[in-house]
Write a protein that binds this ligand. Structure first.
Ligand code: 5GP
Ligand code: MN
Length: 366
């Protein structure tokens, strides 16, 4: 058993060394270090990014159940609330929302000996309020994430932008610790949910044979995949009507093989917007024939920003566009960012950068 997982691990590393410039691996020293760290009960906090998605939550709750099994005192502290469609997840009721209870969140973080940061590459992705506390405390940080260019704040960094999801990486992480036998139905359900959502139901290019192998072994642990799918993707009437509005607002720019969607605050109000309702809308724009680049611009009055999601097909790098012009980042084919302008000013600004990318947009390669 040990030999088999060692071989898998080396083989796994070998692939990464050859093909992945963005990966930062756990070597045997790291694994030994983490094993010894986890060999005595500790106070552990797990932190997903602000506005957690299915993967951030799946990875966090997956490792939460695992660490509890090891006998640790564990709390998931999410910077803010999760969308309703994740609230059914095993352990979701135990999550502390930092921005709803800053004094308790601060107290727990201050006593933490280990902090796992999951599904984000830069500390500021927890939002300004929680960032202040994270910068003050000195726990052992363990970063596990699949976004490019991780910041260097953690004692242990496991980063690989080629892996579909942080949840898939948590499975690998538990495998490196030679503890796959501890994965039970709850852990498997959380990790499967993260993989399902971050791969767009196993259809995005980052979905590999390894992703399917991990998913298969999670099914063997009792995951009820059809139930999970329904819980994640079931709709409300108002959400479908909001989608209708988003689609009728869609603008297609054939010259740039680009399509974008806007949603103003008043439109969100009209359709009774709830957190998470716009998840996946941008993919409709990307599904158009002859569109390689899609964007959605959503007005967030409360924060005074326009929140943007970018998606692309092939080698058009939306992470670059987002970093360069929209204070954001992400992956090659999926990124997000923001502006502090009005929606009316953001759109012309977006249109003004397209000529720079015209050639790339018309010559993308899958
Ligand atoms: P989404 O469009 O679904 O919100 O995000 C797509 C990807 O981009 C996710 O992997 C997410 O982590 C990343 N992302 C979204 N918004 C931001 C942002 O404001 N800054 C950075 N650095 N990444 C973002
Ligand atoms: Mn993710």
């Amino acid at each position: 058993m040990y030999l088999r997982s060692l071989l898998t691990f080396y083989n796994f590393n070998f692939q990464l060394f050859n093909f992945n410039v963005y990966s930062q691996l756990m070597n045997l020293e790291d694994i030994k270090g983490i094993k010894s760290l986890l060999s005595i009960p500790k106070k552990i906090v797990i932190v997903p990014h602000r506005n957690p998605d299915g993967d951030a939550y799946g990875a966090s709750l997956g490792i939460y159940h695992y660490l509890i099994k090891l006998g640790h005192q564990v709390t998931v502290v999410s910077p803010n609330e999760c969308p309703d469609f994740l609230k059914w997840m095993p352990g979701a009721d135990e999550v502390l929302f930092f921005e709803n209870n800053i004094s308790k969140g601060t107290e727990i973080l201050k006593t933490a000996e280990i902090v796992f940061t999951l599904d984000f590459n830069a500390l500021h992705r927890v939002g300004a309020k929680m960032l202040k506390v994270l910068e003050e405390i000195k726990p052992v940080y363990i970063l596990i994430d699949h976004h490019q260019q991780p910041e260097d704040f953690a004692k242990f960094t496991y980063s690989n932008s080629k892996i579909s999801s942080t949840s898939e990486m948590i499975y690998q992480f538990i495998e490196m610790l030679e503890d796959l036998s501890k994965i039970d139905k709850d852990i498997a359900t959380c990790l499967y949910t993260g993989i399902l959502t971050d791969t767009g139901s196993f259809r995005f290019p980052a979905t590999t044979s390894q992703t399917h192998r991990v998913a298969a072994s999670l099914l063997d642990k009792g995951v009820e995949h059809a139930k999970i799918y329904n819980k994640i993707y079931e709709n409300s009437v108002s959400r479908l009507q909001l989608l209708g509005r988003a689609l009728s607002n869609m603008v297609v720019l054939p010259k740039y093989k680009t399509a974008y969607i806007t949603l103003s605050n008043s439109e969100l109000q009209k359709f009774n917007y709830k957190k998470g309702d716009t998840e996946g809308f941008v993919n409709y724009a990307l599904s158009l024939n002859d569109v390689n680049f899609a964007a959605i611009f959503i007005e967030d009055r409360k924060q005074g920003i326009i929140k943007i999601s970018f998606r692309s097909i092939g080698d058009f790098n939306v992470n670059e566009v987002s970093r360069e012009y929209f204070n954001g980042g992400g992956h090659i084919n999926a990124a997000g960012g923001r502006t502090e302008m009005s929606l009316e000013k953001t759109i012309p600004y977006f249109l003004s950068i397209l000529p720079e990318y015209e050639e790339k947009l018309n010559n993308t390669h899958e």
